[in-house]
Ligand binder design. Sequence first.
Ligand SMILES: [Zn+2]
Length: 372
Amino acid sequence: MSDKTRIVLLAFDGFPFYAFGRINTPNLWRLGQEGGYSPDGGRSGLPSTTYPGFTTLLTGMSQSKTGVRTTAQRPGAVPGWAGWDRCLVPTLLHAARDAGLQTAAVMGDQMLQRVLRLDDFERAWPPAGAVPPGTELDAHGYPTNAAIRPFVLEAAADRDLDLLFVHLNETDTLGHDLGPSALATMECVRAADAIAGELFDQLTPDWDRTLIAVVSDHDMVRRLPFPAIDPTTSFECAGLVDDWIADGCAAWVRLTSGLDAHMAINRLSALDGIESWRWREPGILLLLAAHGRTFAAPWIPVSGLHGSVATTRTLAIVGGGHPAVGRIATAIAERSPRLQDWSPTLATLLDVELPAADGLNLLEQAELESAG
Ligand SMILES: [Zn+2]
């Protein structure tokens, strides 16, 4: 076989960060011990939700370039003033494919696949963004980890693949429905780790040319028994909000035009349950809820929440026998990598151009640290 680089990017949706360790995730733990990991995890952007997280992860770009700012979708708001419902720029997978590399994706979220524009990707599961009839689905209508396991292992066995992206969704569904520390969520974490172990075994024949990056898109916190926040209902904030859209424990707000923005931000950020805010562009504000609080929405998860500062921690593990593993391990042990740092790093290893990426190349960072 050749000695060309092989990259596997393994992503867990909504992985409860605290569960990473020797007991619950022995396979991920071993990979991290032999390679490296960020003890405090990586960091997602805000809102810390699925669609913005994965578009940033797979493009290396901030939301201003990907256009994807929220996981919630409502015509008028999304696509509209709160962003786009599909990524505006090519992902690392598209760039690798266009550079002539063998690239595949196996995903446990057909909606996310569409957001990432991987639904028309030649080597993607589910094929053409449609889950085949008879596939076992979880309570939210997504393929279970057990259902996509055979496709993950089949892709990993293809020694011609240069880049494989795997997305396991089920930890997110159970975290939302039962809570990030529920017994059944922990069982799901252990089962997901077992699939990771089988995946790593499948990669051993070409271990020396393989680099595995393990990430997640956001953390999860328990929902506390407070009323959901609606920024339009308080007397102090009357008339301030032209439109808004909740995204878990974050919410995009479009201010009424012509307002004194300083006054509007002061009043909105003083609302009960608001922890902080971000200003992204004129007239548009991201409100962030306090720990365990959430915003009013047509559907609110029963037990687990994400979207705010409290859920920005992600898995950040690197392993495999590739010579670059040590350098990335050094970089992520020193400083929590952001989601946008992974694609520029992996692109460099694959010799693929990602000229518009905003993230840092973790390989260069390791060199800077060893020089300094
Ligand atoms: Zn997610």
